[in-house]
Design a binder for this molecule. Sequence first.
Ligand code: GRF
Length: 232
Amino acid sequence: MKQDNKEYMENNLSYDLNEQSLISPLDSETSLFSPKIRLGILASGNGSNFEYIVKSIENKQLNAEISILIVNNPKCLAINKALKYKIPYAIIDHRDCNSRYEHDMLVKKKLEDLSVELVVMAGWMRIVGEEIINSFKNRIINIHPSLLPSFKGVDAIQQAIEKKVTITGCTVHYVQKEVDSGSIIIQAAVPLKEQESKEKLKKRIQSMEHIILPLAIAKVAKNIRTSFMDNK
Ligand code: GRF
């Protein structure tokens, strides 16, 4: 049975939805699956989304284990979070590689060596090549800070402000070759507020990202488990 946002929030989430945000589709109560899904997380920045995935696992909202966090930047703050939560991590610095292809192949090998089932790009500031996408067909997802298909690419929040939209948000989608273009899994809408700074808007969008990314992981993981059973 579908619950509305408010009821869902009261029953399942401790986050403040600000009573102005909307998540769709909100059918996560059906996204139960077993056994645990093995995740590989790719991050380049602060790692707040990575941290919320860890918290969702710890809170038993997500039946998953993180096999590896891969970062491409040795200075990125996501590493501190991996250390804090004792999650294995690997630094695969693109500056040590001669080409994008070489970097992609190192990332792909690491994910495959660890039998990762679902790859989550949680602030991965790199375009992934076809080799990774093909190896993880329907098993690689990304979070983007806009309501796709609006405002693809860099600085989506600035793009939304400049276009003077009144609602923006965030999207989790499957990754395909064209950037920010794969099928949409889940979105959250966030209204803009007059006179609000970009930083504050970013915070409100990110607080929604922290909710929808674990929900999307559960949804995709359920699909992976179901299609595995179908193929048996
Ligand atoms: C997020 O806003 C995400 O939408 C974008 O990169 C940012 C990563 O933030 N792709 P964090 O590193 O998870 O804090």
